[in-house]
Write a protein that binds this ligand. Structure first.
Ligand SMILES: [Zn+2]
Ligand SMILES: [Zn+2]
Length: 152
């Protein structure tokens, strides 16, 4: 299961936010951390996520990462079939209730890209991350191309 489903992770996030980080506004609780908590909480809307995955399978026959095209089924075989994580794309501030979540609001991403999406500030979409990845892989001297291949 995904780390984003872990209640302990949410708790730790809250503790960390209230503890060591300087917020500047004296509340000891940065708005960003609160937003991230809400974001992760809404991602638990499993019914919507299930529907998003089912719809994608129906349309493309596979569950590839929207950012890097990683396919768990292709790489991990039987164990990877049906596995992909869902990332909520819309800022939660625009929702009045968790039930507002829709299939169109979710990016389907691999675990690596999902983690990176949450590290990037401000919050990015899978499409934005994809552009970022393409830029990096294109650049001569980027780690994965080792400079020579992309120049050939
Ligand atoms: Zn990915
Ligand atoms: Zn996410």
């Amino acid at each position: 299961m995904s780390v984003w489903d872990d209640a302990e992770a949410l708790k730790t996030l809250g503790d960390t936010a209230g503890g060591t980080e300087e917020t500047g506004d004296g509340t000891g609780y940065p708005e960003g951390a609160k937003k991230l908590k809400e974001h992760m909480w809404t991602e638990r809307n499993r019914a919507v996520v299930r529907l998003a995955k089912a719809r994608r399978l129906e349309q493309t026959g596979k569950l590839e990462c929207d950012a890097c095209n990683f396919d768990f089924a292709k790489v991990y075989g039987e164990d990877g079939v049906g596995f992909i994580e869902a990332h909520h794309r819309i800022p939660l501030a625009s929702f009045t209730a968790p039930t507002d979540a829709r299939v169109e609001h979710f990016d389907l991403v691999c675990s690596n890209c999902h983690s990176m999406l949450h590290r990037m500030k401000p919050l990015k979409t899978a499409l934005e991350l994809k552009k970022h990845l393409l830029e990096n892989f294109k650049r001569p001297g980027a780690t994965h191309s080792r400079g020579s291949k992309s120049r050939a």
